[in-house]
Ligand binder design. Structure first.
Ligand SMILES: Nc1ncnc2c1ncn2[C@@H]1O[C@H](COP(=O)(O)OP(=O)(O)O)[C@@H](O)[C@H]1O
Ligand SMILES: [Mg+2]
Length: 304
């Protein structure tokens, strides 16, 4: 767009923001719709746009914010090509961050940087799988929404091997992790952060507790959708500290970040996932969260 952008100036056209979603959620997920009113109040017109809609006119938007393109991992190459072609500098989180963050190998880099990460064994195409002792999780390095993710015990070695081989045959890198049993009781904590309008750096907004997601082995068939059990949560000081450590080691120039942690064997939190691509942000669970996200978007529009 050639027009100078003046958000909040009643004499100018409102800024246009695309909220990127997928075909299954053409009107966004319900929680993301909570962004629309605060954005409108800030003179920003936000529209859901389906990422693989060939009719979409991406150049028409001042900012493109990824929200729920949740089918991307089925067509991962196509998704990365798509995001790489968007108008440079107008997509958030940025395309290079998305490329890095959609492949959980980033966890290795964070572990190398000293972040406590859930211990992970990586199984490539030619590697053999030896079932670990105790309970464990098998999941692909590129996935979302607990898809193709299974939980196994000592009696399930055959099912686990079949799962690993299914992923290998599909050309997917496999991750094997100890099952963190605290997720069944204490749950998982997700700490949400949005860019501060003051300095553009990520600031903590709110947190939620998520109940356990894995019922048992993954059999490769279409599994029932596991509803997420979400409640508000106040993080512990150790969880705040871990989130700070993770974000200090993460890329810069972010609009949003979700840090997902579960207590490890000694009770202190470990990182399970750093979500910089398409996190649910649970705006309904904290007063002011939707306004903080909207303020972060407006600040970005003003800056660019
Ligand atoms: N090592 C683990 N121990 C216990 N639960 C796990 C473990 N890894 C994953 N899970 C469960 O599976 C869910 C999805 O796994 P996650 O690594 O967050 O991938 P994604 O959300 O990208 O599908 C988590 O929210 C958690 O409930
Ligand atoms: Mg997750």
């Amino acid at each position: 767009m050639n027009n100078p952008l003046l958000v909040g100036d009643a004499t100018r056209a409102p800024a246009r923001v695309a909220l990127v979603t997928c075909r299954d959620l053409p009107e966004l997920e319900e929680d993301d719709r909570l962004l629309l009113a605060p954005l409108a109040e800030r003179r920003v017109t936000a529209e859901p746009v389906i990422w693989d809609d060939t009719e979409a006119d991406w150049a028409a938007y001042d900012l493109i914010v990824l929200r729920s393109p949740w089918d991307y991992f089925y067509r991962y190459d196509e998704f990365l090509t798509w995001i790489g072609r968007l108008p440079a500098g107008r997509v958030l989180n940025p395309a290079d961050v998305v490329r890095w963050n959609t492949d959980k190998r980033y966890l290795r880099e964070l572990a190398d940087a000293g972040v406590p990460v859930v211990p992970t064994q990586w199984i490539g195409a030619d590697d053999t799988f030896t079932p670990p002792a105790g309970e464990y999780v098998v999941k692909p390095a590129v996935s979302a929404g607990s898809k193709d993710t299974g939980r196994y015990g000592p009696a399930d070695a055959d099912l686990a091997l079949a799962h690993v081989q299914r992923l290998q045959q599909a050309g997917r890198l496999v991750m094997v992790q100890p099952y963190l049993p605290a997720v069944d009781t204490y749950g998982e904590t997700a700490l949400l952060h949005f860019a501060s309008p003051v300095d553009g750096r990520l600031a903590y907004s709110h947190a939620i507790r998520k109940g356990p997601m894995l019922a048992g082995p993954d059999t490769g068939t279409e599994s029932l959708y596991v509803p997420e059990a979400i409640t508000p949560r106040v993080p512990t000081e150790a969880e705040f500290e871990l989130a700070r450590q993770v974000l200090a080691a993460a890329p810069v120039n972010l609009l949003y970040a979700r840090v997902d942690v579960i207590p490890g064997p000694d009770g202190s939190p470990v990182l399970v996932e750093l979500e910089l691509t398409e996190p649910s942000v649970f705006l309904a669970y904290a007063d002011g969260a939707a306004e903080r996200f909207a303020d972060a978007i407006v600040a970005r529009l003003r800056r660019d």
